[in-house]
Structures are given as structure tokens and as C-alpha cells.
Design a protein. Sequence first.
Length: 344
Amino acid sequence: MTVQATQAEMVALFSQQLELCKLNANETVAVLHDGTCLSDYAEAFLSAAESIGAKAIDVHLRPGIETSLEERFANFGANPLSENADALTICKDADMVVDLFVASFSAEEAAIKQAGTRILLVCEEIDTLERLLPTQALKARTEASVERLRTAKNFRFTNALGTDINYAFGASYTPLSEYGYTDEPGRWDHWPGGLAAHCPEDRSVNGRVVMAEGDIIYPQMEFVRQPIEFIVEGGYVTEIKGGEHADEVRKFMDSYDDPRAYAISHIGWGTNEKCEWILKGIGMDGRAYDGIVLFSLGPNLEFGGDNNTQCHMDLPMKNCTAYLDGEMILEKGTLLPDDLKTPS
């Protein structure tokens, strides 16, 4: 059940978020939307920016075909900005963009970041945004996590069902932290956040991943009904084994008719202790859930890569054990180092 909020309540909440993003009266914010989804968010963000004294620009693109947020998360990389050079220029010239139509994993988003514009993706339900309003403590914990990924050369994770897989990190890609707000030039983030991730060197990943019943499959928004096994060789999933649910996952990926859908993408863990293990909205509760390992397939543009397949599979897994350069970081879903531990 979606919780409703008044426009005044949304403006107050969004103002708190923009303050975390360090938006000030000398800056310009572009609110990017298409009017088919989250039009009330667009109006509230414009009002919130104006209440701070910033210049607010309504970048309202009219799509040729209306799509839901769920469809957009199942087809990354395709967005109306690719056909509207003027709107793209407005976004690149702004200090900050509020993205309400999911420009993630696209060349257009990369160009906006390259221009020094900070970007905030917002598309969860209002009660989720309120419950998971980020904090500076979440930023500190997430940044400590990503710093460990930045300096590591190897990541390995296991679970009780037989998962055992190795990733090699190098200089080809830049790790990513999501702490729920964007406060630096050229930074992308997603509200709500709570995630640290890195992308492995090309063709470096080998091993076996077995998802357990109750783990989550995105973008399908499904709990795993029976164990699903992924065999990984040279950075690509070469086989998906299991029962009926494994067959459904394979058919979904094959529907994109793009072999790059099977490429290993980012790996990392969740850091947000406020998240709940639920299927809600577009699924940030599961992706950022404290102590999960987020096993992902598909695009890697956000990390500096060139895989822009529209098929992006995020597969959060509970109760995993993970190692960085041989040091145990995560034990059965619990982060161990003092600077990463769940707040008591």
C-alpha cells in the first residue's frame, strides 16, 4: 500500500535532501522528468529548490511512448535525452540534476557527470524516501566501505549453498558509493542509498554463485523460489542451472538478444541498516540492505566501462561471507571491521 503525502510534506522532505546535497542560492538545479511518472515529485522538487533560493528549471520531456518505472529499470540506457539536445545541454549546464525518469547507465548521464553536474536519482515511493532519508553517518560508513574496495586487488565471496567466486580489481574501473545524496561535482547518487561496489577487470571473474531461496532478483522484483546456480568463466555467466525459476531468469535475459547481458558487472555490499528485506517500489531496500552481497550482471557504464546493454540484473544475497585480499570483511551477512559495523 502506497502512503500518500501532501505537497507541503513532500516539499519539506525534499528540502532536507537538497540541503544534504549542498544546494545553495547561487546554484541551478534541473528537475528532469517526463510527466508520466512522479509529476508530483517534480513539482515538489522545484518548490523545494526555490525555497532554498536556487534557480530551478523544469526539464519536462514528452516521451513518445509512456513507460512505467519498473519498465525503465528493466531497460537501462534508453531515455528521451538521447533525442533532445537542448534538454541535455540544460542538464550539463546545471549544478545539479534531479533525475525522475531514470537516465542511469546511459551515454547522456555520463556526459552530464563529465560536465561536473551532480545527479540525484529519485524514484522510490514517498514513505520509503522518508524512512530511508540518508545521514552523514551512512555516508561515512559507505565511504569507508568503498575505500576498502578501491585499494583491494581481489574480492571473493561464498555461502552455504556452494557459492565460491573470485573477482580481480585493477585500474580499469572506478568504485562507486551510494549514500543517498550527491554533494560533490560530477557525482551520481540514488536516494535511498547505502551501497559500496566495484567493477572487476574484464574477463577476470571465475567461479560459482548459488542464490538461496529468499534472495531477491531485480528487476523482476521476485524472491528466489528455489536455488539458482550461475557458472562464471572469464567474466561471463556461461550457464544458469536450477529449476523453473532458473529457466525464467535465463529466458528473461535472453529476451534482450544481447550476449553482454551475461557479463559480470559490479560487486559489493549493502550498508543501510534502515532497509527492510521486502519487495517494494523499485527495490532499493533489497539492494542496500545491510550486509548483503550485491551480485550484478550487465552494464558497467557507471564504473567507467563500455557495456551499455539494457539488461541489468541486480541479485542481492543474504548470509554470505566475503573477503578482500584474503581478509574476511563479511561473515554470514555481518560486516566485521569497526568502521563498517552496523550501528548499535
